[in-house]
Design a protein around this ligand. Sequence first.
Ligand SMILES: Nc1ncnc2c1ncn2[C@@H]1O[C@H](COP(=O)(O)OP(=O)(O)O)[C@@H](O)[C@H]1O
Ligand SMILES: [Mg+2]
Length: 325
Amino acid sequence: MEKSQAAALARPVYETNFPEAKLLRRGKVRDVYDAGENLAIVSTDRLSAFDVVFPDPIPWKGAVLNQLSKYWMNKTRHIVDNHFVSSAVMMLPEEFHKHRAVLEGRVSLVKKTEPIRLECVVRGYLTGSGWSSYEKTGEVCGIGLRKGLRNAERLDEPIFTPTTKEDNGHDRPVNAKEAARIVGGEETFERLKDYSIRLYECGAEYALSRGIIIADTKFEFGVLKGGIALIDEALTPDSSRFWPTASYGVGSNPPSYDKQYVRDYVKSLGWNEEPPAPRLSREIIEGTSKRYLEAYSRLTGRELYYHATARDISREFGTCMRHLD
Ligand SMILES: Nc1ncnc2c1ncn2[C@@H]1O[C@H](COP(=O)(O)OP(=O)(O)O)[C@@H](O)[C@H]1O
Ligand SMILES: [Mg+2]
């Protein structure tokens, strides 16, 4: 990566506006543009937690999400087809080319699909809402688990615990019957479940060899020419819980590479999880950014940037803190 590209990536992008292009959707994290038969998905540096978007961007986050998703999509093609086409700006329709400085590293050209409105959650470890539910009922989303499991313990086998995908507000857990209704039949449901578990197992096994436990994760699928394809993002710190193996222990919440760091911080502020989200301290922004970058380099064995110096990054953090002042 060129130094100028690295500097451009470190400069946070909170929102994109390309007047020549058609914006189809601004998600919590991604801006989705029409690109003919494809979509141009731009991963911004927005951060969302508890389904609320925060006012401060996290430098490098969008690039990490985009490039890690690309990495996993390439690695898991043998399990299920996916939407990824290219991450080269020159492959996008011409109206995007002049925005190269913003797009480089954070855009993916993907096949347009009909999204299936189910969040395909797979859990390999007992944590978060799964742990709370197990403590109370011995079940997670209607799946009974053996007695005596402890917080953060590895499950005997991964479980599929899908939720609805809500446009606004919180996703809701659904049982197999309701999930099958949402996706249009039992056969599709079984396929989604099978793909999700195999994708998780493939990612988790690989990540473990790189010192990261993927405790749980979420996939989205779409219908493409009558078949099913993996869409959106895959096995990123936004869609998964990543725990460094070195500090993992059963019985307590392990420290993580993912958004849990921010969740813990905003809980300590006493925020009620309703919009508006609070501002983040510089320390938390930097800490989050470093965690995303570290997850990327650990998993891929590559640095996202080669030439950006600590000073470059520090200066860019200053820019990002001024973003909404
Ligand atoms: N290949 C695709 N075809 C259609 N929709 C897609 C595709 N890939 C991702 N999407 C959709 O684009 C949006 C990505 O933006 P994101 O910020 O993740 O949104 P959300 O707030 O819904 O999580 C999601 O709604 C996702 O379902
Ligand atoms: Mg999303």
